[in-house]
Design a protein around this ligand. Structure first.
Ligand SMILES: *Cc1c(COP(=O)(O)O)cnc(C)c1O
Length: 422
């Protein structure tokens, strides 16, 4: 048998990893349900859904079979000038559950590209009409991806530092509260003639630390943007497909964004796929006899049929009643655990939205990814067979919906032990 770790270390550069002092990567050779297995058969609970993508469990037999069938039928076809059954099926399926203002579907490969496409659609929407609205509004703690445009509309941080000078100018605002809502609206009004769009993660800012805010406040911000003709983009890359207790976080809102971005859970975590949807109003601004008004954007693997087949299969599972029952079950377990520990003296705050629960440790040093509590917690849980990747002093659980009550209670129990230790 080849030594996976040795060969890996010879050849591979891992994401978000300081390779100089990184511990050896852990080889995973199999997955089933909420579990991943090491070479020696040892089991790990995937409590972060493998970077938030896996919603129905690993190696789901239905998705696997649909992917297999698609691979034996058509693996890929150029998507400019051509189409295929699974792209058509997926667009119909998704539009049937998306907010009714969403009319058109644009395919790409991942969350960052879904965001890039949304931003380009907004900027060109105004360009095509000769209106000089070029600025983007975003939350200061937002995370929208790692490519340049997505990085630009994300909050500035240690991760963006080497590139800050090259990132386009963005207006950042704080998360809305009942105290600052009026100020935020005034700011939008004062900038409105320059603002092309407002991009936000609805209800939960993921990589920014699982920061949660009121649907009602976001609703008011979106309504205000509509009044000032500022386009709105809901980045549902993390929140989409059941994560917040409804199909989409936008389903908690009265006012719907003009554009929406999806990836992560869209294929059940099986294949990379990104998707940007928009209203007819956006789409129509690109219809012209003038070729320059075209959206000149596309990727080699746009609407890859195998990825679309995985997404159609994941949709079928998502829309079965058992899945929403599982989502509610996970959310209820989280809620009960929150009630139990939220006043723990070592915790600053416990937050929960749908299947996400986040515990913020009180800490003297500033909240940051580089906080050494993070490493201690990470290894504490790994030693106990649980994959959790704290964001600094913020520990969160974001599991596949099929995770068992037993596994959840085991994780909660270990968290209580961690609270005693750290
Ligand atoms: C992960 C994430 C992205 C980026 O998606 P990738 O597929 O990693 O490029 C964008 N927006 C949000 C809200 C995310 O959580």
């Amino acid at each position: 048998m080849i030594d996976l770790v040795a060969e890996d270390q010879k050849n591979i550069w891992h994401p978000y990893t300081q390779m100089k002092n990184a511990l050896p990567p852990i080889p995973i050779v199999r997955g089933e349900g909420a579990h991943l297995f090491k070479e020696n058969g040892e089991k790990l609970i995937d409590a972060v859904s493998s970077w938030w993508v896996n919603i129905h469990g690993h190696s789901h037999p239905y998705i696997a079979n649909e992917v297999f069938k698609q691979l034996n039928t058509l693996e890929h076809v150029i998507f400019a000038g051509f189409t295929h059954p699974k792209a058509v099926e997926l667009s119909t399926k998704l539009l049937s559950i998306l907010p009714s203002n969403q009319a058109k579907v644009f395919f790409s490969d991942n969350g960052s590209t879904a965001v890039e496409v949304a931003i380009k659609m907004c900027l060109q929407f105004w360009f095509n009409q000769d209106v000089k609205r070029k600025k983007v509004l975003a939350f200061a703690d937002a995370y929208h991806g790692d490519t340049f445009g997505a990085m630009a509309v994300s909050g500035r941080s240690a991760f963006t530092r080497p590139f800050d000078a090259l990132l386009f100018d963005v207006e950042f605002i704080e998360l809305p509260t009942k105290h600052n809502l009026q100020n935020l609206k005034s700011k939008i009004s004062s900038l409105k003639s320059e603002l092309a769009c407002f991009i936000f993660e609805p209800l939960v800012l993921g990589a920014g630390g699982m920061l949660m805010y009121e649907a009602q406040h976001l609703d008011e911000l979106i309504a205000h943007c509509k009044k000032e003709q500022v386009l709105t983009i809901a980045d549902e890359v993390m929140t989409g497909f059941g994560r917040t207790g409804k199909y989409f976080a936008s389903d908690h809102l009265q006012n719907k964004a003009d554009l929406m971005c999806f990836s992560k859970g869209i294929t059940g975590g099986t294949m990379p796929l990104g998707l940007t949807t928009c209203t007819l109003e956006i789409y129509n601004a690109f219809l012209s006899d003038d070729k320059l008004k075209t959206l000149f954007h596309g990727h080699s693997f746009t609407a890859n049929p195998v990825a679309c087949a995985a997404a159609c299969a994941s949709f079928d599972i998502l829309t079965q009643p058992e899945t929403m029952a599982n989502i509610n079950r996970v959310a209820q377990n989280h809620q009960q655990f929150k009630d139990k520990i939220q006043h723990h003296p070592k915790l600053k705050e416990v937050r929960q939205t749908g299947t996400i629960i986040a515990l913020e440790w009180l800490n003297d040093s500033k909240t940051s990814y580089f906080n050494n509590l993070r490493d201690k917690l990470y290894h504490f849980f790994l030693d106990r067979g649980i994959i959790l990747r704290p964001l600094g002093n913020i520990l969160y659980i974001l599991p596949p919906y099929c995770i068992s009550d037993d596994d959840l209670h085991y994780i909660y129990q270990q968290i209580e032990l961690a609270l005693e230790e750290f």
